[in-house]
Structure formats: structure tokens, C-alpha cells
Design a protein around this ligand. Structure first.
Ligand SMILES: *Cc1c(COP(=O)(O)O)cnc(C)c1O
Length: 852
């Protein structure tokens, strides 16, 4: 018989144990080992199986519960844990203690289509979701009042297994939200709160709201699987990244518009401050800006342009894709279909909406373009990705150098307390002055101290972590083979898979082409030599899922699987199916070397290598994403890139050869070069250097602090300026933009000159004077910023390394400035006119500039 419907009945806890529920439902346990220990002590064996305090409470034997309810020692520990959680949730933390706390936003809405907090809440596919989870956790640790919002998928992302011939097989297990660490948001009447978004044809899409508590941060997850919805609408939140464009736009409408409505309701019901700033993690949730526009239009009777200024002030857009093909786009007709009758967003004309997503192809609506047009602040996720993104979108800012395109970068980070092995934290914290080295509650206590910790101790710990990985690898290889149809009898060889004393290399990630899963197979003979070396072998663990629609990716997986299935190498190289957070943890902690070989510069950031580095793993990576800015010559290795080579096969061949060479000539010898006590001193010095230099930089707490200081706080200031006095600021900016639009083509630099006194004193550091006459076409001098720009010139007259100073008005249409000559050599200068308004974040914002 099959059940028609599943549900979960909550355990009834004896009164003295009632406090355990709060500890089990707040996901802080995922990064707080003492809480996990408390639950494990209820039934060690059981906890090892369920690994989740909430499921523990459901599964633990009632007799055992009764026993614990009378166990004073256990009750005291439970009380201490509850008090510790209460303190964590209520005390002042970094955000509250900052000097500028008074101007900081009361709350920030963080929108993402996926959140990876823990495998107990399987609502993510990979890096983007895990990053969002880490963002929430770090925000919680720092006391940043973030509210997370996104969909709750009934089947999450797929689970991966392999067929006998190595082809990826996808499964979609259905989750039961009532069995997860989630609470349904209910109103004062006890009924579930529903948000609704209008669908074409007079229909409504309803969603209930599940709330997860990530430390101090609420995470609201929208779920459309309701009887009240039509069948097709019920399926809107069925799975992550499945379905066609129509399915996807419905998910994005729900996430952005429904998500906004969910946040509003949540704050009304709980008294949580309403967010003033909204952060969209990738363009998928970008419709949130339109819902903001609807709110403001409705309440204040403003025009669309005025509203746009107000919305932009409070929106932050983070893009994660360095390739145009990766950007989310919809056919214009599909967007029109959902928005044209204004039922979804009353007061917003569809043509205004379409203009926000306009791109070169008039048939397509571009979510990234809309993201940039609805957000005053936009950023990429590493320094290199910032540069690539500025180039990618530079056509939206004609007349500006790429460096001036107003897209910044905030390099991603990872949540240390989640990803660092607790054994390592304990070893480093033992000698740490401030104790909790990785809790990252303030700026100073971030660097773990190695004082008093010896190479021997750290090396022994690294072996211990490698050993744990080896055990996990064997367990998973065995399960995978059983699943592929092998019988247990044939699998005795699995006990010989991997060796806790062999140099272990990890490679685990999604399998889009650019990540080049199979680069290591480029020269199979060479790889075999490395794996099977008698004295100094390496072992490699590979994992990764391919998007279900990506047959090419699945073929790459099959290629790897066929290679590792060979009895000659299968003890030294494995492919583990079903890469997820539960597996990732073992890999990041146990691997000595973390390999990453994307086609530069297609990796926006990459974060798995950061997690490895925090555990003392050494990165062996193409200089792409975060590694481009963080590699310093001795904290790992950079695989040389064949950047100029356009033939991809040739490029792969060159870069693969460089990879084998590095492994054979540098990595392997360093690892096996031991002193009398068996410790690889040279290796350990790199490990220490990695912990010292990367430890603080790759933290999500560093990333969230940067977002607060460079995005959230300035945005909150702009929101205040735009909205106070009945949106006077937004009106003034809209009126200004209109004026500029009318006259800008007539603004002209009439003439200019550069003078120096005495005439031949063109010497570095000397002062020169630039003067210009400008036809302002009726604009006031205070409406514009006139700049004198000096820079190096080469063969062309393009200014390199330009330096600009603002010129002041010296008379009717006359402007002047003095500046010091910055360099020796060939210099050039120019004069340009830019818009100026107090509500512009940068002079490039309006994409207007006049050159002579
Ligand atoms: C960190 C993480 C990723 C992201 O890794 P990349 O280096 O960005 O490819 C993907 N999946 C899981 C489970 C992770 O923990």
C-alpha cells in the first residue's frame, strides 16, 4: 500500500526536557559542537545515524527520555546549552557595537533561490546555495539583522547515483517539511499565513511560509504545495532548477514578489524591524525590486521614475556569473504574459518593466540587466570576477573606461565554524588568547594562534583527518557499488581503497564544462604513474553532480567513472556519487591538496578551496576566482594558464601538462620529504602559512562585514535620503534625471588648456593648471561634475592609470583646477562632464558623460 500523504508526529517531551526543542530547531547546532554533543549524549549510536537533533527527538526511545528527564547531570548540561543559546541570540554583537551602528539599517532582506545551511535542510544545489547559507550564519554571528527569503523545494535538488556503466542517475526524494527544522508561520488565529501572487487568467498562486531559525537569523521559505492551489501552481516549488522557462519565471516571481510579501507579513506578526535594504543573491530574485516599486507607488502616489530612484537606493545586486550564457533570461512575451494586466503588480505598466530587462536581443528579458537597473549597488564575487563583470556589462556604460563601470567586488567567504574540523579549532584555540578563534564575533579574534602548537601536533591531526576521510571514502565506495548492483562478496577490495598515509588530492564540484572535471585524464598514462608510484603515490577523490539536462556533463562523469573502475587504479582514485554538504565536510577536512582547474576566468569565485585552506589543505589551482587574489607564492600552488591560446583542446593539453609537472616535481616531493620523526617540515610550513594568511581572509564574517560597510550601510543612508519628507529626495533625483535626459546631448566641452608656470617645469610633482570652457546647455554648474583627468599615454591616446580632480567654476561656463603631475614619462590630459546629484552613488551611475 502507498500512503496518500505523509506527515510527522512530534515527540512529546517530558517537561524537564522541553528546552531541547528550541536547541533542536535552531540551526545554530550545525556550527556549535557543544549542542551536538548534548544530543549525542542522549544516544550516541542513534545520533551517529540520524545526525540531526530534531530527528533525534523523534527517534529516541521514550524510556531513555524518561531516564534523561531525571538525570540531574544531563539536565544541568541542557540548561547550560539553553542559556548559552539565549545569550547568543540576545547579546550585543559586532553589528551593535560598531561606532556607526546608529546609521545602520534596522534589517536587511537577503533573497536567494537556494540556501544550503545543512544537509538536514536539503534546499540547495551547490556553491550558490552554500554561500547563501554561510552568509546567514556569519550574519548571525556578527549580529547583522538579516532575514533570509527563498522557496522551499519539495524535492530539493536531485540525489545522484550511478548506473552500472557510470551514467548519472537522478532521484528526487520528497521532503516532509514538518519533519525538518522548520516552523510554519501562523497568524494570531493560529492559521498558516499565506502570501499570494496573481497569475494570468484571474488565478492566484498561494504559498505558506516555513521558518527556519539560523542562529539569530530567520530564514523564510515559501511553499506552494497547498490544496488551495491549482495542480500546476502547486508544483511551482517542486524542485530546484528543474522545468522550463515558464516554471522558472513562476519560481522567480514567487521568490521576489511573494518573498517580499512574506517578509512584510513576518515582520508585522513578530515585531521584527522591517528591512530597509534588500540584497538579491544572483539575479533570480530580482523581481523583489518591482514589488518594492508597487508598494511605494501605491502608498505615495509617485510616478514610476521617482519610485525607481527610491527602489534603487535600497537594493544590492550580487552577480555570480562571468559568462553571458550563464545569465538568466526569459522571452519578452513570457514576461509580458505575467505582468501585462497589472494584477500581479498594480500600478506598474508592463512596458516599464520590460525596459528594465532590455538587452541587445529585443526578444529577450535579461534578469542581470534588470538587477543592475534596479540596484544602485552591484558587485561581483572576487576581484577578478569584478573586472570580468565590469567588462561584460561595460556596454551599459558607454563612454566610461571599464574600471569605472559601477560594479564593485566583494570576495566570497566561507563560514569557519561550519567548515573547520572541530579538532583543529580545539588545537588552535587551546593556545589562543581570546578563546573562540573562529566565532568571528569581532574583528580581532580571527587569526588562530599557532603559538605553542608544534608541527608534530598539527601533522598528527592532519593524518587523523585524512584517516577519517579514508573511512568515509570506503563506506561510500561500498554503498555506491552495492547500489550499482555489485554483491557484498565481490567488494572485499574496498577495504584496501585509499591509504591514510598517502598524499590525498580532492576535486569536487558541479560539472559544467568550464570546471573541466576530466582535465586530469588528459594523459591517462601520466595520471596512472602518479597514482601508482611505488614510493610516493598520490590518491584522488573526485565528486560532482551534473545538471540533469546536461548530457555533456554526464558524459564527463562517465569518463571519470570508467577510469576509476579499472581494477589497476581503483584503490588510488575514486568517484563518490551524491556530492553534498555531508560529503563535502570530509573532503575539505581530509584532503592534503585541493585541486581546481577551471578555464580562466570562468570561475566567479569558488569557495571549496577556501574551506580546504581553513583546514590546512593546500590549494593547487588555476589562478581564477578567489585564488587569483589570494595566491602569494607559498600558500599553495598556481597552475600556469595558457591564457592566450584559443584552441580549447590545445589549451587543455598545455594546462594538464603543467598540472602533472607541478604534482610530480613540487607537490609530491614536498609531501614525502620527511625529517627523522617522519614530519614533512617544508609541507608543514606551507600549511601554517596557509592558516595564517588565508585563515582570516576567506571567512564569511569578513565578507559580511564588507557587505555591511560597503553596501548595506551606504544603501541605508541613501534610502533615508531618498524617502524622507515624502520621498523628496527620490523626486528630486527623478526630476534631475529628466532634466539631464533633455539637454545632455547639447552639453559640450568648448575648449580646454593645460598650463604650467614656469613653462618648462613639467617635472613630476609640479603643479599644473587645467582650464576649460563648458557649454552647460542650461544646466547649473552645481548640476555637473567637471573633471580634469591626467594619465599615462602609450601608442594610442588612451589614458592609463588615470587620476582625476574636480574642477571648480571660475566664471560663466569657465572651470579650473590645479593638479600635481603624478608620473614621469608620456602623460595626457582630458576634461569631461559628468552628472552630479547627492543621491548618485558614483558619477558613472547614470551612464552619462561628455568628452571633448
Ligand atoms: C562549498 C561547496 C560548493 C562550492 O564549491 P566551488 O568551489 O564553488 O565549486 C559546492 N557544493 C558544496 C556541497 C559545497 O559545500
Amino acid at each position: 500500500m502507498r500512503a496518500i500523504r505523509r506527515f510527522t508526529v512530534r515527540a512529546s517531551l517530558p517537561e524537564p526536557l522541553a528546552g531541547l526543542r528550541a536547541l533542536a530547531t535552531n540551526l545554530r547546532w550545525t556550527w556549535h559542537p557543544p549542542t551536538r554533543d548534548l544530543f549525542a549524549s542522549m544516544d550516541d549510536e542513534l545520533f551517529r545515524r540520524v545526525r540531526d537533533p530534531l530527528r533525534m527527538l523523534l527517534a529516541v526511545d521514550p524510556g531513555r527520555l524518561a531516564q534523561l528527564a531525571a538525570d540531574e547531570e544531563f539536565l544541568a548540561r541542557a540548561r547550560a546549552a539553553t542559556e548559552d543559546l539565549d545569550r547568543y541570540l540576545t547579546e550585543e554583537r559586532w553589528y551593535q557595537r560598531r561606532a556607526s551602528a546608529a546609521e545602520a539599517p534596522a534589517a536587511i532582506g537577503y533573497f536567494s533561490l537556494e540556501f544550503g545551511v545543512h544537509e538536514a535542510l536539503p534546499n540547495y544545489s551547490g556553491g550558490l546555495g552554500v554561500l547563501a547559507g554561510d552568509h546567514l550564519k556569519a550574519a548571525s554571528d556578527l549580529g547583522v539583522p538579516v532575514i533570509g527569503v527563498g522557496p522551499l523545494y519539495r524535492s530539493g535538488y536531485f540525489r545522484q547515483s550511478l548506473s552500472l556503466d557510470g551514467w548519472q542517475v537522478e532521484h528526487y526524494p520528497v521532503i516532509d517539511p514538518s519533519a525538518l527544522p522548520l516552523e510554519l508561520l501562523t497568524g494570531p488565529d493560529g492559521e498558516p499565513v499565506l502570501v499570494s501572487v496573481a497569475m494570468p487568467g484571474g488565478r492566484e498562486l498561494l504559498a505558506q511560509i516555513w521558518q527556519a531559525q539560523v542562529g539569530r537569523v530567520p530564514l523564510l521559505l515559501l511553499d506552494t504545495d497547498l490544496d488551495a492551489n491549482d495542480d500546476d501552481l502547486r508544483r511551482v516549488t517542486d524542485r530546484l532548477y528543474g522545468g522550463d522557462a515558464d516554471h522558472r519565471i513562476r519560481q522567480e516571481i514567487l521568490a521576489g514578489i511573494g518573498g517580499m510579501r512574506a517578509v512584510r507579513r513576518y515582520c508585522e506578526l513578530t515585531g521584527h524591524p522591517q528591512p530597509e535594504v534588500f540584497h538579491t543573491n544572483e539575479g533570480h530574485a530580482g523581481f523583489l525590486g518591482l514589488e518594492r516599486a508597487r508598494e511605494i507607488i501605491g502608498e505615495n502616489g509617485l510616478g514610476f521614475d521617482e519610485v525607481l530612484s527610491a527602489v534603487r537606493a535600497g537594493t544590492v545586486f550580487t552577480t555570480h556569473t562571468p559568462v553571458s550564457a550563464g545569465i538568466d533570461r526569459f522571452p519578452v512575451d513570457l514576461v509580458r504574459h505575467y505582468f501585462f494586466d497589472q494584477r500581479l503588480l498594480p500600478g506598474l505598466e508592463v512596458n516599464r518593466i520590460l525596459a528594465l530587462g532590455a538587452e541587445d536581443n529585443p526578444g529577450m528579458f535579461n534578469m542581470a540587466h534588470m538587477g543592475l537597473r534596479l540596484a544602485q549597488r552591484a558587485n561581483g564575487v572576487s576581484a577578478l570576477h569584478g573586472r570580468v563583470t565590469r567588462r561584460m556589462f561595460s556596454r551599459l556604460w558607454p563612454g566610461f573606461d571599464e574600471a569605472e563601470v559601477p560594479i564593485t567586488s566583494v570576495t566570497n567567504g566561507v563560514h569557519g565554524p561550519t567548515w573547520v574540523a572541530r579538532e583543529l579549532t580545539a588545537l588552535l584555540a587551546r593556545n589562543h588568547v581570546k578563546g573562540a578563534a573562529w566565532t568571528a564575533n569581532d574583528d580581532s579574534s580571527m587569526v588562530p594562534s599557532r603559538q605553542g602548537v608544534t608541527d608534530e601536533q598539527l601533522w598528527a591531526l592532519r593524518r587523523d583527518l585524512r584517516q577519517k576521510l579514508v573511512a568515509e571514502v570506503r563506506r561510500r565506495v561500498r554503498d555506491a557499488w552495492l547500489q550499482r548492483g555489485a554483491s557484498a562478496l565481490e567488494l572485499s577490495w574496498v577495504d584496501g581503497v585509499f591509504d591514510p598515509d598517502v598524499l590525498t588530492v580532492g576535486f569536487a564540484r558541479r560539472v559544467p564544462t568550464y570546471k573541466r572535471l576530466t582535465l586530469m585524464l588528459r594523459d591517462p598514462a601520466r595520471l596512472r604513474e602518479l597514482l601508482l608510484d611505488e614510493r610516493r603515490p598520490i590518491q584522488i577523490v573526485v565528486a560532482g553532480k551534473s545538471h540533469p539536462a546536461d548530457e555533456g556533463g554526464k558524459a564527463l562523469i562517465q569518463q571519470i567513472v570508467r577510469f576509476v573502475d579499472d581494477p589497476a587504479v581503483r584503490r588510488r582514485i575514486v568517484f563518490l556519487p551524491d556530492y553534498d554538504m555531508s560529503m563535502a565536510r570530509y573532503l575539505y577536512r581530509g584532503c592534503d591538496v585541493w585541486l581546481n582547474n577551471p578555464t580562466r576566468p570562468l570561475e566567479a569565485c569558488g569557495t571549496s578551496g577556501m574551506k580546504s585552506a581553513l583546514n590546512g589543505g593546500l590549494n593547487l589551482s588555476i589562478r581564477d576566482g578567489w585564488w587569483d587574489e589570494c595566491y602569494d607564492g607559498s600558500n599553495g600552488w598556481a597552475i600556469p594558464t595558457a591564457d592566450g591560446v584559443t584552441d580549447p583542446l590545445r589549451r587543455d593539453e598545455l594546462e594538464a601538462a603543467a598540472l602533472y609537472d607541478l604534482l610530480a616535481q613540487q607537490v609530491v616531493p614536498l609531501f614525502y620529504d620527511r625529517d627523522a620523526g617522519g614530519v614533512p617540515r617544508g609541507w608543514m610550513s606551507r600549511v601554517w602559512h596557509t592558516l595564517d594568511t588565508l585563515g582570516p581572509r576567506v571567512q564569511a564574517s569578513r565578507m559580511v562585514r564588507e557587505y555591511v560597510e560597503t553596501c548595506y550601510q551606504p544603501a541605508a543612508r541613501m534610502v533615508a535620503a531618498a524617502s524622507r519628507d515624502g520621498y523628496a529626495g527620490a523626486k528630486s533625483l527623478a526630476e534631475y534625471r529628466k532634466r539631464i535626459d533633455m539637454v545632455w546631448t547639447r552639453v559640450r566641452v568648448l575648449d580646454s588648456e593645460l598650463t604650467v608656470e614656469p613653462p618648462h617645469a613639467l617635472v613630476v610633482g609640479n603643479e599644473v593648471r587645467v582650464r576649460a570652457r563648458i557649454d552647460l546647455a542650461g544646466l547649473r554648474p552645481s548640476d555637473v561634475e567637471i573633471q580634469a583627468v591626467v594619465g599615462r599615454v602609450g601608442d594610442t591616446d588612451d589614458l592609463d592609470d588615470p587620476m582625476s580632480v574636480t574642477m571648480s567654476c571660475t566664471g560663466d561656463g569657465e572651470f579650473g583646477a590645479s593638479l600635481r603631475l603624478p608620473h614621469a614619462g608620456s602623460l595626457g590630459y582630458t576634461v569631461r562632464v559628468l552628472p552630479r546629484h547627492p543621491l548618485l552613488a558614483t558619477p558613472a551611475e547614470l551612464a552619462r558623460v561628455v568628452h571633448p
